[in-house]
Design a protein around this ligand. Structure first.
Ligand code: PHE
Length: 349
């Protein structure tokens, strides 16, 4: 073979190898190209090497030198491709220390007041009371008039309520529009239920109420009440006390007995009326009477306002503060903490 032909073959092989190694995209292709060009038995370089035997002895040194140059060239093209592929493989990225502690995922949960409301609904449900809802924006008929709270009553003072318009005179009648106000008590729902159903009635209603109180440890302009109403033939004050006692015993539970105490009071929509106190020894041994809210026998005027016959049916009603119960249960001393949305506080419940 002529030297010129041998050198030309070497040159085109060098070019072919360079292009091939530049093009490989993964380790399998790289290995195929390696075998193709550098394979010890049938590689292209090996094939060309065989041609060395047929050049004249005088031309051998020049042919051998060029062969070695091309061999180095092909080998370094292979090494470059190998380095390029390995720097792109995941194993070579910065390593991860799997023994480091992870970042815990924050798991949300129900607000303590929501938890209290749910368990109150559950307990009263077992006692046969159906949970109903009423609007938070009310008219004067449902918030006052039908509840036997006349226009002259101090509870209707515009400064004691969140009116959404100007209070009007003469007093609102059933079905008359506005003025509206944010309901100041859940007793409104008693009226709405009795207006639309015939006795017997056995409901509770849990929800927000609003009063323009300055916020302090025990007051907040928005809070929650649980209202209960039972109307049927022959309902007595003893039924009221039994239901409240069973309710508190189930809620606070424990070994210790929960006690209920009535103190004479006045509400326009109940007669007689009482304040309800509860006594329960908590896990820390704290005991003492706590005021829970108001209750009484539904006033005959209220029964008449919704079209019931007070000679036929009687009923009891109660309205308790949800925050008080929740705070007493958890030992929370400031109602404002419930509504500041500080996760460090809320995540404890
Ligand atoms: N609505 C009264 C209040 O907000 C509580 C109450 C409800 C009293 C039902 C008697 C009967 O203070």
């Amino acid at each position: 073979m002529a030297l010129a032909d041998f050198l030309a073959t070497l040159d085109s092989l060098a070019q072919e190898a360079e292009t091939a190694f530049l093009a490989v995209g993964d380790v399998v292709a790289l290995e195929n190209a390696r075998v193709d060009f550098l394979g010890a038995k049938a590689g292209k370089l090996r094939q060309v090497q065989k041609g060395l035997g047929s050049v004249t002895p005088a031309e051998k040194p020049a042919a051998g030198m060029r062969f070695n140059e091309v061999k180095n060239l092909v080998e370094s093209a292979f090494a470059t491709a190998q380095a390029r592929l390995s720097s792109a493989t995941p194993e070579s990225r910065e390593s991860v220390d799997v023994t480091l502690p992870g970042k815990p995922r924050r798991v949300g949960h129900l607000h303590p007041i929501t938890q209290t409301i749910r368990s109150m609904k559950e307990i009263m449900g077992r006692l046969g009371f159906t949970a109903v809802e009423g609007p938070e924006i009310e008219d004067e008929w449902h918030n006052f008039e039908a509840l036997n709270i006349p226009l002259v009553h101090p509870a209707r003072d515009p400064l004691e309520n969140f009116y959404l318009g100007v209070a009007k005179d003469p007093p609102a009648e059933a079905g008359s529009p506005g003025p509206f106000l944010l309901r100041s008590q859940t007793s409104t729902v008693q009226i709405r239920v009795m207006e639309s159903t015939l006795p017997p009635v056995r409901i509770i209603s849990l929800g927000r109420v609003y009063r323009p109180d300055t916020a302090d440890a025990t007051h907040y302009p928005m809070f929650h009440q649980i209202e209960g109403l039972l109307v049927d033939r022959g309902v007595t004050m003893a039924d009221l006390k039994s239901v409240l006692r069973m309710f508190c015993q189930s809620y606070f539970g424990g070994e210790d007995e929960v006690h209920i105490r009535f103190r004479p009071s006045f509400f326009p929509f109940t007669e007689p009326s009482v304040e309800v106190d509860m006594n329960w020894r908590d896990a820390q041994g704290n005991a003492g009477w706590m005021e829970m809210g108001g209750a009484g026998m539904v006033d005959p005027n209220v029964l008449r306002a919704v079209g019931y016959d007070p000679e036929e049916v009687t009923g009891f009603a109660f309205g308790l503060g949800v925050e008080r119960v929740c705070m007493r249960q958890h030992g929370i001393t400031d109602i404002r903490a419930l509504y500041q949305n500080d996760v460090r506080f809320l995540e404890q419940f």
